[in-house]
Design a protein around this ligand. Structure first.
Ligand SMILES: Nc1ncnc2c1ncn2[C@@H]1O[C@H](COP(=O)(O)OP(=O)(O)OP(=O)(O)O)[C@@H](O)[C@H]1O
Ligand SMILES: [Mg+2]
Length: 611
C-alpha cells in the first residue's frame, strides 16, 4: 500500500511575527527578550514533606512563568538505585557521627524506604520532575528585585532556586511552551518524585475563583486568577446581578468599566446610567452611543409615553409582578399610571392625596384625547402620538377656566402652577416633548451630568425616568444579554417616595428572566438602609449573586458588617481602602480580590473618573 506523504503546512509568518520577540540576546544569568529582560531560575532542592498545592504559591506569583517537566522514570533502575542508597544510608547510621548528621541520614533513610515501598509494593509511578521559573522585568534593577523575591519565596517553601548560569538559552527553551526540556537543564534540576506528590504540586488548585470561562475579574490575595462568568446560572448562582460598594475614589467606576468592557467584548449589550460623566470617554472610544439626558436634544424621554411593562402570563406570578400590589392582566396604561404616580411624587413632592387624584383624572382625560384608553395596546403607538407635559399643562389650565366649584378651580390652578416648570419653564428641556432617544448601539451611556447643579429632586426624578426607559429597552427582548449599570444609585433613594427604590428593586428581581443583569453601584449603604426604604434597599444589596465590597469606613462599614456578617479580617481589609481591592462574593464563594487594569483598558477608559 502506498503511503501518503504528509504535507508540510505552510508557515504563517504574520502570526510568528506577532508572537515572537523582535530579538533575543543571552547573557550569563539573564537575557533580553524583545523589550524585556528575563531570567530563568531552576528549582534544585525540594522539601522532604510537602502540602497540597506546594508549588501554587510560586507559580501564581506576579510576573512569573512556570514550567513543570515530567519524565517517566525507569522503575527497575530506580529500585536498584534506591536499594543502593538505602544500604549506604543504613551503613552511615550504624557508623555513628554528629547528632545533626545522624538526624539527616535517618530522615533520608526513612524517605528512601517510603519511596521504595511506594514503587515496589504500591506500584506507584515515579517521574523525574524539573521546574523552571522565568521572571521578566523592564530593567536590571527590577529583575534583581523580582529574582530575589522568587528565591526567598522558594526558601519560604523549603525549596531552593538557582539561576541557570551560562545556561539561559536552554533554560528559556525549558520554560517556553514547546513541551521540551533540554538535557542540560534536566541534569541540573531534575528530581524523582512519586506521582501523588507531583499531583499535589499543581498550581491550578489555588484558592482563586475559576469558572473556566468568562473574563478575568482580577486576582486573589495570593496572585491566583479570578476568572468569572456571571452568566452561569445554577447551584448558588441564581442571577447575574452585581452590587458594587465603596467609598469615593476606591475604584468602583473603574471596576464597573472593567466588567462592562469585558462583557461588551463578549457580546453583552450595555446600558449605563451615569450621573457623574464617568463613562463618556469609554463610550466614545468604543464607538458606543452617548446620550445627554440632562437636557440634551437627543436625550429626551417623555414621561407620559407608556413604557410597556411586559405581562407574560406564563412567566409572571403574583410575586414577581413589577408592581406587586397590582393584579395580573392589567393593561399597559394602567401599569404606567403607577410609574406616573412615582414620577410626579418625586417631582412635585408635596402633592396631597386630593391633588394626586385630580392629577390622575386629568391625565386619564388627556390620554383619552390622544386615543389611548385602558384597553389600548400601546406597543405599536408611535412616540408622536403620546401627549407631552405641555399638553397636560394646557389641559389643566383649561379645566381651571371651566365652570365648577371654587375648590376644584383652585386645585386645577395649583396643579397648573406646579406643572408649569416642566411644561414651559426651566425643566421643560428635560421632560416636555416626545421621546427622542433612538437606540443605535449596543453600548449606551445615559448621562445626566448637566443636572449637577440642579437640586436633588430634579436629579432623582430624571434618574427614575431614565430607569423606566432602560427597563423598557431591557424587557423588549428576552433573548438578548443586557447588563444595566446604575452608578451613584443612592441618588434614586427618596425616603418620602420609597416606590422609586422599589422600582429598582423590582428590576433587580425580574431582570434575570430577561437574560439580563443589573449592576448597582453606590458609595452609600446607609441611604439604602434608611428605615423608610430598607425593605427594598437591603434586598437590592443582598440579592445580587455577585458583590464587590470595596474600601469603606465609618457608618457604612458598620452597616455592611451587620448585613454581610463581615469577619474582622474582612473589615480590616475594607477599612484600609486600598484602590482596586475588595471583598468579592460570587454565589457562596467569598474572597479578597484585586482588580488589575490592563494598559489597553486604562487607555479605553479615558479621563472619566478622576484620571
Ligand atoms: N484597580 C485599579 N487600578 C489602578 N487604578 C485604579 C483602579 N481602580 C481605580 N483606579 C483609579 O482610581 C481613580 C478613582 O477611581 P474611580 O473613579 O473608579 O473611583 P470611584 O470609587 O468610582 O469614585 P467615586 O465614588 O468618586 O465615583 C481613577 O483615576 C481610576 O483610574
Ligand atoms: Mg465612580
Amino acid at each position: 500500500m502506498a503511503i501518503k506523504p504528509i504535507k508540510a503546512r505552510p508557515v504563517n509568518n504574520h502570526v510568528i511575527d506577532v508572537i515572537t520577540p523582535l530579538a533575543i540576546e543571552f547573557h550569563t544569568s539573564d537575557f533580553w527578550f524583545g523589550e524585556s529582560l528575563g531570567r530563568v531560575i531552576l528549582v534544585t532542592n525540594y522539601p522532604s514533606r510537602v502540602r497540597i498545592g506546594w508549588l501554587s504559591r510560586i507559580a501564581n506569583m506576579e510576573g512569573v512563568t512556570c514550567s513543570i517537566h515530567l519524565t517517566p522514570a525507569n522503575p527497575s533502575k530506580l529500585i536498584e538505585n534506591l536499594d543502593k542508597s538505602i544500604g549506604e544510608l543504613g551503613g552511615r547510621l550504624n557508623g555513628g557521627g554528629s547528632a545533626l548528621m545522624l538526624q539527616r541520614a535517618e530522615q533520608q533513610y526513612k524517605d528512601a524506604n517510603k519511596l521504595l515501598q511506594k514503587i515496589d509494593q504500591e506500584q506507584e509511578n515515579v517521574f523525574y520532575v524539573t521546574v523552571a521559573i522565568m521572571v521578566s522585568a523592564k530593567d536590571k534593577e527590577e529583575l534583581e528585585r523580582k529574582g530575589k523575591k522568587i528565591e526567598s519565596a522558594l526558601a519560604g517553601s523549603k525549596m531552593k532556586g538557582r539561576t541557570a548560569m551560562f545556561k539561559q538559552e536552554e533554560a528559556l527553551q525549558a520554560v517556553s511552551p514547546y513541551g521540551h526540556c533540554p538535557q542540560a537543564i534536566k541534569d541540573i534540576a531534575s528530581r524523582n518524585m512519586p506521582v501523588s506528590t507531583i499531583a499535589g504540586a499543581f498550581p491550578f488548585n489555588s484558592s482563586g475563583l475559576n469558572d473556566g470561562q468568562g473574563y478575568i475579574f482580577g486576582k486573589d490575595q495570593n496572585g491566583g486568577i479570578v476568572l468569572i462568568d456571571p452568566w452561569i446560572r445554577g447551584g448558588d448562582r441564581t442571577n447575574s446581578n452585581w452590587t458594587i460598594l465603596g467609598a469615593p475614589g476606591v475604584g468602583k467606576s473603574a471596576t464597573v468599566k472593567h466588567i462592562f468592557l469585558n462583557e461588551y467584548s463578549q457580546g453583552t449589550k450595555i446600558i449605563i446610567i451615569d450621573p457623574e460623566r464617568e463613562y463618556k470617554d469609554l463610550c466614545e472610544n468604543l464607538n458606543g452611543q452617548w446620550i445627554n439626558c440632562g437636557g440634551g436634544a437627543g436625550g429626551l424621554i417623555n414621561p407620559l409615553q407608556v413604557k410597556d411593562v411586559p405581562n407574560d402570563e406564563t412567566i409572571e406570578t403574583k410575586d414577581n409582578l413589577l408592581y406587586k400590589d397590582e393584579g395580573n392582566g392589567m393593561g399597559a396604561l394602567a401599569l404606567h399610571f403607577q410609574t406616573l404616580r412615582t414620577f410626579f411624587k418625586l417631582y412635585l413632592k408635596d402633592l396631597d392625596d386630593m391633588a394626586q387624584a385630580t392629577l390622575e383624572e386629568v391625565l386619564e382625560e388627556l390620554y383619552k384625547i390622544h386615543d389611548i384608553v385602558w384597553a389600548t395596546d400601546t406597543s405599536r403607538i408611535p412616540n408622536e402620538q403620546y401627549p407631552v407635559l405641555r399638553d397636560l399643562y394646557n389641559l389643566m389650565n383649561e379645566k381651571a377656566k371651566e365652570k365648577g366649584t371654587a375648590t376644584m378651580r383652585e386645585r386645577y390652578e395649583k396643579l397648573a402652577t406646579l406643572l408649569r416648570r416642566s411644561a414651559i419653564g426651566a425643566d421643560s428641556a428635560l421632560w416636555n416633548g416626545h421621546t427622542t432617544i433612538e437606540v443605535k448601539s449596543d453600548f449606551i451611556v445615559l448621562d445626566t451630568h448637566d443636572l449637577q447643579e440642579s437640586d436633588d429632586t430634579i436629579k432623582r426624578t430624571q434618574y427614575f425616568n431614565i430607569l423606566t426607559w432602560a427597563w423598557q429597552q431591557l424587557s423588549k427582548n428576552r433573548e438578548e444579554k443586557v447588563l444595566l449599570g446604575v452608578d451613584e444609585a443612592y441618588l434614586i433613594v427618596d425616603p418620602e417616595v420609597p416606590r422609586a427604590l422599589q422600582f429598582l428593586r423590582n428590576v433587580s428581581k425580574r431582570i434575570r428572566k430577561y437574560k439580563g443583569g443589573l449592576a448597582v453601584i453606590t458609595h452609600s449603604v446607609i441611604d439604602f438602609l434608611d428605615p423608610t426604604v430598607r425593605r427594598h434597599g437591603q434586598a437590592l444589596l443582598d440579592d445580587p449573586c455577585f458583590k464587590f465590597f470595596m474600601g469603606t469606613d465609618g457608618k457604612n462599614l458598620e452597616e455592611l458588617t451587620k448585613i454581610m456578617n463581615l469577619t474582622e479580617a474582612e473589615q480590616e481589609m475594607l477599612a484600609k481602602k486600598k484602590r482596586g481591592h475588595g471583598l468579592l462574593i460570587a454565589g457562596s464563594k467569598r474572597l479578597h480580590a484585586k482588580v488589575e487594569l490592563a494598559d489597553h483598558e486604562v487607555k479605553l477608559f479615558g479621563k472619566g473618573g478622576g484620571n
